[in-house]
Design a protein around this ligand. Structure first.
Ligand SMILES: Cc1ncc(COP(=O)(O)O)c(C=O)c1O
Length: 402
């Protein structure tokens, strides 16, 4: 067996693929926050995480422009060695202030935020308990530790309680990791119950609010805020790559020990820091989110509109009302065909097939933005209706006239 055989097998599968290849979509041009050009066609974007539509916000772009002139294009090094700028520290203060927590630390990506915090906290004698549906960054973060890793049933405080009960009592060396809003099926963690289980069993709690930061809670602080438990979460992780329209990650906490992550986390120490333009743009996006709660109102109005319209045309969608709307398509071949035809007709959504989901439980993930117009939603729904009927996904439903 040659090392390259694995890669050759994948290349062959790719070469045999008819039509657009999943995972290789190239966006040629960005026309607006929710409209792009793909393969020469104007395409409605329903597969981004641009929940508040800030990627093209004038304040955000201006901040990036000014920072590149003031600081240059890159930091050329890690936070620890030579890559901490005043704006990195300012952004940390802004996050701490926004969350009302004492400490914040920013990372080069959200992926590295999880790697850094979990890697810094957990070692050989510790136990990490993670939701079975956790994001790859959480799984990968646990793999770099020599901790015992235990999975519990998705969104089940009862399952978590059982797993914790089996551990020797007394030691406070357990970290429970959950997400606020899960990125594929758009379901929300029962954080009140999870907090209660953690407190009863002496476990620390980390909540990854990647998709819920900016979208949930009165101030946009995520599901922990929305469920009234923010003050009981030990570590909140966020990413800049969704509502904040940039690249990077953050952890906020009241534990002063968070500061030691600067010296402990390999995924923080041995990688370059966020570029000046990016850090400045995130800072501006944060100010926009704080100043404009109506963006969230617009997002949720669009969520309700899209869900209602997709249900009306007969598509099966996930139960939870959230900015992530999973269209439950099931079979892999049928899901890929539907994805390709939607793309050809001018709608981009995310394709979720194994290993991203269990066999036979494939999903087309549509995401909603505050920047979607009613017209864009209507056009997308018309295309969903037509292609859904043509491919047999919407059984017994007459296609709308497009
Ligand atoms: C739950 C969760 N955590 C972390 C990440 C990683 O974030 P980033 O893309 O900023 O590396 C993602 C990305 O989708 C995510 O969904």
């Amino acid at each position: 067996m040659d090392l390259l055989d694995k890669l050759r097998a994948l290349e062959k599968r790719r070469a045999d693929f008819a039509g657009s290849v999943p995972g290789e979509t190239v966006i040629d041009r960005v026309v607006g926050p929710c409209e792009v050009v793909i393969e020469g066609r104007r395409t409605l974007m329903f597969g981004s995480n641009n929940y508040l539509g800030l990627t093209l916000h004038p304040d955000v772009i201006d901040a990036a422009r000014h920072a590149v002139v003031e600081y240059g294009t890159g930091t050329t090094g890690s936070r620890s060695a030579n890559g901490t700028l005043a704006i990195h520290e300012r952004l940390e203060r802004e996050f701490a202030d926004w969350f009302g927590k004492r400490h914040a630390i920013v990372f080069s990506t959200g992926y590295q935020a999880n790697l850094s915090i979990i890697g810094a906290l957990c070692g050989a004698d510790d136990v990490i308990l993670i939701d079975a549906d956790s994001h790859a960054s959480i799984y990968d973060a646990t793999r770099q530790t020599s901790s015992k890793v235990i999975g519990f049933r998705h969104n089940s405080p009862e399952s978590l309680q059982k797993k914790l009960e089996r551990l020797p009592s007394g030691a406070r060396n357990r970290l429970v990791v959950v997400e606020g809003l899960y990125s594929v099926r758009g379901d929300v963690a029962p954080l009140k119950e999870i907090v209660a289980v953690c407190r009863a069993n002496g476990a620390y709690l980390l909540v990854d609010e990647a998709h819920s930061l900016g979208t949930y809670g009165a101030r946009g602080l995520g599901c922990s805020e929305a469920q009234g438990v923010l003050d009981q979460v030990d570590f909140v992780v966020g990413t800049f790559s969704k509502s904040l329209a940039g690249i990077g990650g953050v952890c906020v906490s009241d534990h002063p020990e968070l500061r030691a992550v600067h010296f402990l986390a390999r995924a923080y120490i041995f990688t370059a820091s966020g570029s000046p333009s990016n850090i400045a743009s995130v800072s501006a996006a944060l100010q926009v989110i704080r100043a404009h709660p109506e963006l969230r109102d617009r997002l949720w109005a669009n969520v309700r509109l899209l869900r209602q319209e997709l249900t009306e045309i007969g598509l099966a969608i996930g139960e939870t009302e959230s900015p992530i709307v999973p269209i439950l398509t099931g079979d892999e071949d049928r899901t890929i065909a539907l994805w390709q035809q939607l793309l050809a007709a001018g709608v981009y959504v995310n394709l979720i097939v194994p290993p991203g989901c269990p066999k036979g439980a494939c999903v087309l993930r549509a995401s909603v933005s505050a920047a979607h117009t009613a017209d864009q939603i209507a056009r997308a729904v018309e295309i969903f209706a037509r292609i859904g009927a043509e491919t047999g996904v919407i059984r017994g439903l007459a296609a709308r006239t497009v």
